[in-house]
Each structure stands twice: as structure tokens, then as C-alpha cells.
Design a protein around this ligand. Structure first.
Ligand code: FEO
Length: 170
């Protein structure tokens, strides 16, 4: 059984994950608008991943006898100065999500909710992966600078990403 405090905080995280999905979906339209279909496809996969994160917490709240309360999702930004600017925003956002997950673990421990603490460990590892993936693309974009042909090649590479549902991950 979740404590009221834990239930409230997990509900906030469901909202944060769905907001992440919304933010990245906004980036899908941005990359489409500047003619980068590979970046757009990459962000679409990221959007699906965030929905899966939100649903994972949604299921945990239900399974632990809590009630999911869906709140309004904040309007995301819709334009960025460049692909690098968008990926910098994505990295900042992932760092923010990491801090929220860390805080949730602190709360689970304070509430002596070992099941939620254990459940959140998956998210701790996932955030390491999220920050690494987004950080690597930031590094590549910095190296590319104004080189249009290198950007075209990276776009082709990004387009190969396929969404893997979290349950299928190791
Ligand atoms: Fe659900 Fe990208 O963190």
C-alpha cells in the first residue's frame, strides 16, 4: 500500500513523464519543419519511450493500491534556434527528470516503501542511459557545427532508431 505522500509524488512523476513525451513530440514537429526527418523519427521514438515511462509508474501506483490522478500537462516550447539548441534543451530536461527520480527514491526511503524504492531503481538506470544518449548527440552536434553534409549524415543515422518498449529491454 502506498502512503498518501508517495502516491502524490508518483502522480507528479506520471505528469512529468507525459510532459516529457509532449516536449519531445513538439521537437518532432520542429525537426520536421527544418527538413531533418531522421532527427524527427528519433524524437518520435523518444516520445513513445516517455509514454511508456509514464505508464510504468501508472501501473505501479495501481498495483500498490493507489489512485492515479491525471493533471493538466504543461504546454511545451515549440521552437528552437538550431538542432543543437533543441538537444541542449533535451539534455537539461533529462537532468531535471533524473533529479526528480532521485528525489522520489529519497521519499520512498523516508516512507519506508521498499517496493517503490526497488521499482524506482529501474528508472535510476534508465536515466543514466537517457542522459548518455542525449549527451552523445549533443557532442556530435557540437563537432558538426555548420557542416551541412555532416548534419545530413547524422540525420540518416538518427533515422535508424527503433522504439523498444521498456519491458523488452534487458
Ligand atoms: Fe522518462 Fe527521458 O525520462
Amino acid at each position: 500500500m502506498l502512503t498518501k505522500k508517495m502516491e502524490k509524488e508518483l502522480n507528479k512523476q506520471i505528469n512529468a513523464e507525459f510532459y516529457s513525451s509532449y516536449l519531445y513530440l513538439s521537437m518532432v514537429t520542429y525537426f520536421d519543419s527544418i527538413g531533418l526527418p531522421g532527427f524527427s523519427a528519433w524524437m518520435k521514438a523518444q516520445t513513445q519511450e516517455e509514454i511508456a515511462h509514464g505508464m510504468k509508474i501508472f501501473d505501479h501506483v495501481s498495483e500498490r493500491g493507489g489512485r492515479v490522478l491525471l493533471d493538466a500537462i504543461e504546454k511545451p516550447a515549440f521552437k528552437w534556434k538550431s538542432p543543437l539548441d533543441a538537444f541542449k534543451a533535451a539534455l537539461d530536461h533529462e537532468r531535471l527528470i533524473t533529479s526528480k527520480i532521485n528525489r522520489l527514491v529519497d521519499i520512498a526511503r523516508k516512507e519506508k516503501d521498499h517496493a517503490t524504492d526497488n521499482f524506482l531503481q529501474w528508472f535510476i538506470s534508465e536515466q543514466v542511459e537517457e542522459e548518455t544518449n542525449v549527451g552523445d548527440i549533443n557532442d556530435k552536434l557540437k563537432l558538426i557545427g555548420n557542416d551541412k553534409s555532416a548534419l545530413f549524415m547524422l540525420d540518416q543515422e538518427m533515422g535508424k532508431r527503433i522504439f523498444t518498449p521498456p519491458a523488452d529491454k534487458q
